[in-house]
Design a protein around this ligand. Structure first.
Ligand SMILES: NC(=O)c1ccc[n+]([C@@H]2O[C@H](COP(=O)([O-])OP(=O)(O)OC[C@H]3O[C@@H](n4cnc5c(N)ncnc54)[C@H](OP(=O)(O)O)[C@@H]3O)[C@@H](O)[C@H]2O)c1
Length: 271
Protein backbone atom coordinates (compact mmCIF):
# COMPACT_ATOMS: atom_id res chain seq x y z
CA UNK A 1 0.00 0.00 0.00
CA UNK A 2 1.27 3.45 -0.87
CA UNK A 3 1.77 5.65 2.17
CA UNK A 4 2.86 8.83 0.45
CA UNK A 5 0.94 11.86 -0.60
CA UNK A 6 2.56 14.63 -2.59
CA UNK A 7 1.77 18.00 -1.05
CA UNK A 8 1.70 20.97 -3.38
CA UNK A 9 2.78 24.42 -2.30
CA UNK A 10 -0.31 26.67 -2.46
CA UNK A 11 1.91 29.65 -3.28
CA UNK A 12 3.59 27.88 -6.16
CA UNK A 13 0.89 25.71 -7.78
CA UNK A 14 2.12 22.48 -9.30
CA UNK A 15 5.38 22.45 -7.35
CA UNK A 16 6.11 19.59 -5.02
CA UNK A 17 6.51 20.73 -1.41
CA UNK A 18 7.12 17.58 0.60
CA UNK A 19 6.16 13.95 1.02
CA UNK A 20 4.42 13.16 4.26
CA UNK A 21 4.40 9.68 5.72
CA UNK A 22 1.14 7.86 6.48
CA UNK A 23 -1.07 10.13 4.43
CA UNK A 24 -3.34 8.18 2.14
CA UNK A 25 -5.69 8.75 -0.75
CA UNK A 26 -9.01 7.36 0.51
CA UNK A 27 -12.12 6.96 -1.63
CA UNK A 28 -15.36 6.97 0.34
CA UNK A 29 -18.39 5.30 -1.21
CA UNK A 30 -21.41 7.06 0.31
CA UNK A 31 -19.38 10.08 1.45
CA UNK A 32 -22.51 12.26 1.59
CA UNK A 33 -24.49 9.92 3.88
CA UNK A 34 -25.08 9.90 7.65
CA UNK A 35 -21.84 8.09 8.49
CA UNK A 36 -20.04 8.95 5.24
CA UNK A 37 -19.93 12.66 6.14
CA UNK A 38 -18.10 11.81 9.34
CA UNK A 39 -15.73 9.46 7.52
CA UNK A 40 -14.86 12.23 5.03
CA UNK A 41 -14.40 14.82 7.80
CA UNK A 42 -12.25 12.58 10.01
CA UNK A 43 -10.09 11.36 7.12
CA UNK A 44 -9.53 14.96 6.02
CA UNK A 45 -8.70 16.06 9.58
CA UNK A 46 -6.09 13.29 9.72
CA UNK A 47 -4.44 14.68 6.59
CA UNK A 48 -5.64 12.09 4.09
CA UNK A 49 -6.84 13.00 0.62
CA UNK A 50 -10.54 12.17 0.26
CA UNK A 51 -12.25 11.13 -2.97
CA UNK A 52 -16.05 11.14 -2.47
CA UNK A 53 -17.95 8.48 -4.40
CA UNK A 54 -21.67 9.23 -4.61
CA UNK A 55 -24.18 10.11 -7.28
CA UNK A 56 -24.11 13.75 -6.19
CA UNK A 57 -20.39 13.65 -7.00
CA UNK A 58 -21.07 12.14 -10.44
CA UNK A 59 -20.22 8.54 -9.51
CA UNK A 60 -22.84 5.82 -9.65
CA UNK A 61 -21.92 2.57 -7.91
CA UNK A 62 -24.81 0.69 -9.53
CA UNK A 63 -23.73 1.49 -13.10
CA UNK A 64 -20.02 1.96 -12.38
CA UNK A 65 -20.06 5.36 -14.11
CA UNK A 66 -17.10 7.51 -13.00
CA UNK A 67 -15.40 4.79 -10.92
CA UNK A 68 -12.24 4.12 -13.01
CA UNK A 69 -11.26 7.81 -13.07
CA UNK A 70 -12.15 8.36 -9.40
CA UNK A 71 -10.05 5.43 -8.14
CA UNK A 72 -6.79 6.42 -9.86
CA UNK A 73 -4.02 6.47 -7.24
CA UNK A 74 -6.40 5.51 -4.41
CA UNK A 75 -4.86 3.48 -1.56
CA UNK A 76 -8.03 2.27 0.15
CA UNK A 77 -11.80 2.45 -0.33
CA UNK A 78 -14.19 2.81 2.60
CA UNK A 79 -17.64 1.64 1.54
CA UNK A 80 -20.45 3.25 3.54
CA UNK A 81 -23.00 3.49 0.74
CA UNK A 82 -26.61 2.73 1.56
CA UNK A 83 -29.96 2.28 -0.12
CA UNK A 84 -33.58 2.92 0.63
CA UNK A 85 -34.48 -0.31 -1.22
CA UNK A 86 -37.91 -1.38 -0.09
CA UNK A 87 -37.59 -5.15 -0.34
CA UNK A 88 -35.13 -8.04 -0.08
CA UNK A 89 -34.62 -8.47 -3.84
CA UNK A 90 -33.80 -4.79 -4.33
CA UNK A 91 -31.53 -4.66 -1.27
CA UNK A 92 -29.57 -7.75 -2.36
CA UNK A 93 -29.26 -6.39 -5.88
CA UNK A 94 -28.06 -2.97 -4.70
CA UNK A 95 -25.41 -4.26 -2.30
CA UNK A 96 -24.18 -7.03 -4.64
CA UNK A 97 -23.94 -4.82 -7.71
CA UNK A 98 -22.45 -1.78 -5.96
CA UNK A 99 -19.82 -3.96 -4.25
CA UNK A 100 -18.99 -5.89 -7.44
CA UNK A 101 -18.58 -2.66 -9.44
CA UNK A 102 -16.44 -1.12 -6.70
CA UNK A 103 -14.23 -4.20 -6.31
CA UNK A 104 -13.69 -4.58 -10.06
CA UNK A 105 -12.71 -0.92 -10.41
CA UNK A 106 -10.47 -1.22 -7.33
CA UNK A 107 -8.69 -4.26 -8.78
CA UNK A 108 -8.15 -2.48 -12.11
CA UNK A 109 -6.82 0.63 -10.31
CA UNK A 110 -4.56 -1.36 -7.97
CA UNK A 111 -6.38 -0.33 -4.77
CA UNK A 112 -4.88 -2.35 -1.91
CA UNK A 113 -7.64 -2.35 0.70
CA UNK A 114 -11.45 -2.41 0.72
CA UNK A 115 -13.15 -1.49 4.01
CA UNK A 116 -16.88 -2.20 4.37
CA UNK A 117 -19.31 -1.12 7.07
CA UNK A 118 -21.88 -3.76 7.95
CA UNK A 119 -24.43 -4.17 10.74
CA UNK A 120 -24.39 -6.25 13.94
CA UNK A 121 -26.88 -9.13 13.85
CA UNK A 122 -27.59 -9.18 10.09
CA UNK A 123 -27.50 -12.97 10.09
CA UNK A 124 -29.72 -13.29 13.17
CA UNK A 125 -32.77 -11.37 12.04
CA UNK A 126 -35.13 -11.81 9.11
CA UNK A 127 -35.00 -8.55 7.17
CA UNK A 128 -34.81 -7.74 3.46
CA UNK A 129 -32.29 -4.95 4.08
CA UNK A 130 -30.14 -7.20 6.26
CA UNK A 131 -30.22 -9.90 3.55
CA UNK A 132 -28.70 -7.24 1.31
CA UNK A 133 -25.93 -6.60 3.87
CA UNK A 134 -25.22 -10.36 4.10
CA UNK A 135 -24.92 -10.44 0.28
CA UNK A 136 -22.59 -7.43 0.44
CA UNK A 137 -20.31 -9.13 2.99
CA UNK A 138 -20.21 -12.32 0.86
CA UNK A 139 -19.34 -10.32 -2.26
CA UNK A 140 -16.47 -8.58 -0.46
CA UNK A 141 -15.15 -11.82 1.09
CA UNK A 142 -15.14 -13.61 -2.27
CA UNK A 143 -13.70 -10.62 -4.14
CA UNK A 144 -10.15 -10.06 -5.32
CA UNK A 145 -9.27 -7.05 -3.16
CA UNK A 146 -7.96 -7.53 0.38
CA UNK A 147 -10.65 -6.45 2.82
CA UNK A 148 -11.73 -5.45 6.30
CA UNK A 149 -15.35 -5.63 7.48
CA UNK A 150 -16.64 -3.80 10.55
CA UNK A 151 -20.12 -4.53 11.85
CA UNK A 152 -21.63 -1.72 13.94
CA UNK A 153 -24.95 -1.34 15.75
CA UNK A 154 -27.56 1.27 14.80
CA UNK A 155 -26.50 4.92 14.86
CA UNK A 156 -28.13 7.33 17.32
CA UNK A 157 -29.94 8.68 14.23
CA UNK A 158 -31.98 5.41 14.21
CA UNK A 159 -34.58 7.12 16.42
CA UNK A 160 -34.86 10.01 13.96
CA UNK A 161 -35.18 7.62 11.00
CA UNK A 162 -37.98 5.69 12.75
CA UNK A 163 -39.81 8.94 13.62
CA UNK A 164 -39.66 9.97 9.97
CA UNK A 165 -41.65 6.88 8.97
CA UNK A 166 -44.92 8.37 10.21
CA UNK A 167 -46.29 11.87 9.73
CA UNK A 168 -48.70 13.81 11.95
CA UNK A 169 -49.06 14.26 15.69
CA UNK A 170 -48.74 10.56 16.55
CA UNK A 171 -45.51 8.78 15.64
CA UNK A 172 -45.67 5.00 15.57
CA UNK A 173 -42.30 3.34 16.14
CA UNK A 174 -41.60 -0.37 16.52
CA UNK A 175 -41.09 -1.64 20.04
CA UNK A 176 -37.38 -2.42 20.02
CA UNK A 177 -34.18 -2.45 21.98
CA UNK A 178 -30.93 -1.29 20.46
CA UNK A 179 -27.42 -0.37 21.59
CA UNK A 180 -26.91 2.76 19.50
CA UNK A 181 -23.55 4.28 18.68
CA UNK A 182 -22.42 7.70 17.47
CA UNK A 183 -21.91 7.65 13.69
CA UNK A 184 -18.74 9.70 14.29
CA UNK A 185 -17.25 6.90 16.41
CA UNK A 186 -18.04 4.33 13.73
CA UNK A 187 -16.45 6.64 11.15
CA UNK A 188 -13.27 6.99 13.22
CA UNK A 189 -13.04 3.19 13.52
CA UNK A 190 -13.38 2.84 9.72
CA UNK A 191 -10.60 5.36 9.08
CA UNK A 192 -8.45 3.52 11.66
CA UNK A 193 -8.99 0.32 9.65
CA UNK A 194 -8.17 1.98 6.33
CA UNK A 195 -4.89 3.22 7.80
CA UNK A 196 -3.83 -0.34 8.65
CA UNK A 197 -3.35 -3.58 6.72
CA UNK A 198 -6.52 -5.47 5.67
CA UNK A 199 -7.78 -7.27 8.76
CA UNK A 200 -10.75 -9.39 7.62
CA UNK A 201 -13.81 -9.33 9.88
CA UNK A 202 -12.90 -7.25 12.93
CA UNK A 203 -14.51 -7.01 16.36
CA UNK A 204 -18.11 -5.74 16.29
CA UNK A 205 -18.65 -2.17 17.47
CA UNK A 206 -21.62 -1.24 19.65
CA UNK A 207 -22.81 1.75 21.63
CA UNK A 208 -22.16 2.11 25.36
CA UNK A 209 -25.74 1.48 26.54
CA UNK A 210 -28.83 -0.57 25.64
CA UNK A 211 -31.74 1.77 24.86
CA UNK A 212 -35.46 1.41 24.31
CA UNK A 213 -36.31 2.80 20.85
CA UNK A 214 -39.62 4.37 21.98
CA UNK A 215 -37.83 6.20 24.79
CA UNK A 216 -35.11 7.38 22.37
CA UNK A 217 -37.79 8.77 20.04
CA UNK A 218 -39.53 10.61 22.91
CA UNK A 219 -36.26 12.08 24.21
CA UNK A 220 -35.27 13.20 20.71
CA UNK A 221 -38.58 15.03 20.24
CA UNK A 222 -38.37 16.62 23.71
CA UNK A 223 -34.77 17.75 23.11
CA UNK A 224 -35.91 19.50 19.94
CA UNK A 225 -39.11 20.99 21.36
CA UNK A 226 -41.27 18.96 18.95
CA UNK A 227 -44.76 18.13 20.14
CA UNK A 228 -45.67 14.63 18.92
CA UNK A 229 -46.86 11.57 20.78
CA UNK A 230 -44.85 8.41 20.39
CA UNK A 231 -46.57 5.02 20.30
CA UNK A 232 -44.10 2.15 20.53
CA UNK A 233 -45.96 -0.89 19.22
CA UNK A 234 -44.98 -4.58 19.02
CA UNK A 235 -45.30 -4.72 15.23
CA UNK A 236 -46.01 -8.12 13.63
CA UNK A 237 -43.44 -10.19 11.73
CA UNK A 238 -40.12 -11.90 12.37
CA UNK A 239 -38.09 -8.74 11.75
CA UNK A 240 -39.91 -6.71 14.40
CA UNK A 241 -39.82 -9.65 16.81
CA UNK A 242 -36.04 -9.69 16.32
CA UNK A 243 -35.89 -5.96 17.10
CA UNK A 244 -37.74 -6.63 20.38
CA UNK A 245 -35.88 -9.74 21.50
CA UNK A 246 -32.37 -8.29 21.35
CA UNK A 247 -31.18 -10.07 18.18
CA UNK A 248 -29.53 -6.88 16.97
CA UNK A 249 -27.61 -6.27 20.20
CA UNK A 250 -23.85 -6.88 20.16
CA UNK A 251 -22.47 -9.78 22.20
CA UNK A 252 -20.04 -9.49 25.11
CA UNK A 253 -16.99 -9.59 22.84
CA UNK A 254 -17.92 -6.33 21.05
CA UNK A 255 -15.89 -3.15 21.36
CA UNK A 256 -18.05 -0.40 22.87
CA UNK A 257 -18.16 3.26 21.89
CA UNK A 258 -18.21 6.13 24.40
CA UNK A 259 -20.92 8.62 23.47
CA UNK A 260 -24.33 7.74 24.92
CA UNK A 261 -27.58 8.68 23.19
CA UNK A 262 -28.16 11.22 25.99
CA UNK A 263 -24.84 12.95 25.31
CA UNK A 264 -25.41 12.81 21.56
CA UNK A 265 -28.72 14.64 22.10
CA UNK A 266 -26.92 17.35 24.08
CA UNK A 267 -24.41 17.86 21.24
CA UNK A 268 -27.06 17.92 18.52
CA UNK A 269 -27.69 21.26 16.76
CA UNK A 270 -31.28 22.18 17.62
CA UNK A 271 -33.72 22.16 14.68
N1 LIG B 1 -27.95 3.72 9.72
C1 LIG B 1 -27.48 2.89 10.64
O1 LIG B 1 -27.93 2.88 11.81
C2 LIG B 1 -26.35 1.92 10.28
C3 LIG B 1 -25.72 1.19 11.28
C4 LIG B 1 -24.66 0.34 10.92
C5 LIG B 1 -24.29 0.23 9.58
N2 LIG B 1 -24.96 0.95 8.63
C6 LIG B 1 -24.55 0.82 7.22
O2 LIG B 1 -23.80 1.97 6.90
C7 LIG B 1 -23.99 2.30 5.53
C8 LIG B 1 -24.33 3.79 5.44
O3 LIG B 1 -25.52 4.06 6.15
P1 LIG B 1 -26.06 5.54 6.24
O4 LIG B 1 -27.24 5.50 7.15
O5 LIG B 1 -24.93 6.48 6.50
O6 LIG B 1 -26.54 5.75 4.71
P2 LIG B 1 -27.25 7.02 4.05
O7 LIG B 1 -27.26 8.18 4.97
O8 LIG B 1 -28.54 6.54 3.47
O9 LIG B 1 -26.25 7.38 2.86
C9 LIG B 1 -26.14 6.57 1.74
C10 LIG B 1 -24.98 7.04 0.87
O10 LIG B 1 -24.86 6.17 -0.24
C11 LIG B 1 -24.80 6.96 -1.44
N3 LIG B 1 -25.39 6.20 -2.54
C12 LIG B 1 -26.60 5.60 -2.58
N4 LIG B 1 -26.78 5.01 -3.79
C13 LIG B 1 -25.65 5.24 -4.51
C14 LIG B 1 -25.23 4.90 -5.82
N5 LIG B 1 -26.00 4.20 -6.66
N6 LIG B 1 -24.00 5.32 -6.23
C15 LIG B 1 -23.21 6.05 -5.42
N7 LIG B 1 -23.55 6.38 -4.16
C16 LIG B 1 -24.76 6.00 -3.72
C17 LIG B 1 -25.59 8.22 -1.11
O11 LIG B 1 -25.18 9.32 -1.90
P3 LIG B 1 -26.01 9.80 -3.22
O12 LIG B 1 -27.46 9.76 -2.86
O13 LIG B 1 -25.46 11.17 -3.49
O14 LIG B 1 -25.65 8.84 -4.29
C18 LIG B 1 -25.13 8.46 0.33
O15 LIG B 1 -23.89 9.12 0.34
C19 LIG B 1 -25.07 1.37 4.99
O16 LIG B 1 -24.48 0.33 4.25
C20 LIG B 1 -25.72 0.80 6.23
O17 LIG B 1 -26.19 -0.49 6.04
C21 LIG B 1 -25.96 1.80 8.95
Amino acid sequence: MRIWKIKTNPNRPGRQLSRTEHQLKLAIAGATGTVGKHVARIATERGHTVVPLSRSNGIDLETGVGLPEALKGVDAVIDVCGTSAANETQAIEFFKISSRNLLKAEKDAGVAHHVTLSIVGIDKINSGYYAGKVAQEETVKSGEVAWSILRATQFHEFAVQMLALSAGPIAIVPKAITQPIAAAEVAAALVDLAEKKPAGRVNDLGGPKVEDLGSMAKRYLAANGQKRWVLALPLPGKFFKGLRDGSILPDASATLGKQTFENWLKDLPKI
